[in-house]
Design a protein. Structure first.
Length: 438
């Protein structure tokens, strides 16, 4: 991923230095386990640990690989340069390259997931804080982009919290699913290496042994992981889209924080654009585009092929680095989001009481009017608001068929905003826990 959308902690997971360090640890732990089993001499296993503090030379490994055309062999050759060829002769015994490559990839994905889980915790904390700050701040709810009925800004934040909380649970499950390792040798039969070696290595790396591998760890695990990242990215975009809408000039119920000295346009000095949330929409697309290749990696030939390898070299760092950056950007947007409650009320009242139409409809049916007639009566008065800018309540009060069923006091009561917010506390208790009071 390009540096512009990268954060150092996540980027470091995918560096060649980190990769080779994990390769080394796999090989060293495997030697320990084989020495415990009496398969190789203890002194040879201990000799491998002489490279514990070695900074592996990436350029040297690349130089060797240019000749061998094999990355793992190039690394093993370089390792032998550090510890001696005789001491290194039992390294990788009974193992195949995928034992190292696949186990390393899963270590990296687990570490990446831990960072992403922390990122989501920050997003969730920001959403929860803003939800309680704006719990009773009334704004108009919209369906199809059209005014529907009153809701609150707090409920908007609360539903995003619930969605991201589900995403976090999915990510925790995806982390668990991908946290396996395989040291099972060619075609996964353990013919040349004891399963105890796999158990030892996995325990040292915080993984579980893969129950059954071929020559590779099954890629349905990875497909699940990347699909989960894609869903989280879509939820992130869902929030970004709402903020972009709220920042529209005609709406302006909220906007991204505009810092001192910030410029919105090279041509128009008045502009304050939702550039961060627009950027998040684009970054979500980048994360989602890794999902289909991950799905296609599930189907491999027989016990292995390497059609998945080139894909994973790209999508693993790209998806995790991009989502890490994006989640932190999203958290910052939410934390600093500027809200305008006066504009929320102004927008809601733009059509002079029109959004209370359902309450009037229900009141008419409860007063004995058929639903069809009640709908006709309410709609004909509502259309005057749409088309003529009339006041909905005044039109209802002038309509003889309406007032034949409802008194003026009953009509007035249907325009009480509190009616629409009376269950906010109960919804918050569902989202944030039963300790929340109404």
């Amino acid at each position: 991923m390009i540096p512009r959308y990268s954060r150092p902690e996540m980027t470091a997971i995918w560096s060649p230095e980190t990769k080779f360090r994990i390769w080394y640890e796999i090989e060293a732990h495997a030697c320990d386990a084989m020495a415990d089993l009496g398969v190789i001499p203890r002194e040879n296993a201990e000799a491998v640990w002489k490279a514990r503090d070695v900074e592996f030379d990436v350029a040297r490994i690349d130089e060797i690989e240019a000749v061998t055309k094999h990355g793992v062999i190039a690394f093993l050759t370089h390792l032998a340069e550090h510890i001696g060829s005789d001491e290194a002769r039992f390294v990788h015994q009974g193992m195949t390259s995928s034992d190292v490559l696949d186990t390393t990839l899963n270590v990296q994905l687990v570490r990446a997931a831990d960072i992403l889980l922390a990122d989501m915790d920050r997003v969730l904390a920001a959403l929860k804080k803003r939800a309680f700050e704006t719990r009773d701040m009334v704004r108009i709810g919209r369906s199809h982009g059209i005014h529907a009925e009153p809701t609150t800004m707090g409920l908007t934040f609360a539903r995003f919290y619930a969605e991201m909380d589900r995403g976090r649970a999915r990510l925790a499950a995806a982390r668990e699913e991908v946290a396996t390792g395989a040291i099972s040798g060619a075609v996964g039969t353990f013919a040349n290496i004891d399963p105890a070696v796999e158990e030892h290595v996995c325990a040292r790396l915080g993984l579980r042994p893969e129950p059954i591998s071929t020559q590779v760890i099954p890629r349905d695990r990875h497909a699940m992981f990347f699909a989960t990242l894609g869903v989280i990215a879509s939820s992130m975009e869902n929030i970004a889209i709402e903020i972009r809408h709220m920042q529209r000039t005609e709406v302006l119920e909220a906007e991204e924080f505009f810092s001192p000295g910030q410029k919105g346009s090279s041509a128009m000095p008045h502009k304050r654009n939702p550039v961060l949330t627009e950027n998040l929409t684009g970054l979500a697309r980048l994360v989602r585009m890794t999902v289909v290749p991950a799905m296609e990696n599930v189907a491999l030939w027989h016990e292995r092929d390497i059609s998945h390898s080139s894909v994973e070299r790209g999508i693993a760092p790209d998806a995790t680095i991009t989502l890490d950056f994006a989640l932190n950007r999203l958290a910052g947007v939410i934390e600093k989001l500027v809200v305008y409650p006066e504009n929320m009320l102004k927008n809601m009242n733009k059509f002079k009481g029109l959004v209370m139409s359902q309450r009037v409809l229900l009141a008419l049916t409860q007063a004995g009017v058929s639903r069809e007639d009640a709908y006709r009566l309410v709609q004909r008065n509502a259309m005057k608001v749409w088309e003529q800018g009339a006041d909905f309540r005044e039109e209802l009060l002038k309509d003889a068929e309406v007032t034949a069923a409802l008194s003026a006091e009953e009509i007035d009561e249907k325009f009480d905003l509190g009616y629409h917010t009376k269950n906010v506390g109960r919804i918050f208790a569902r989202v944030f826990g039963e300790g929340v009071t109404g």
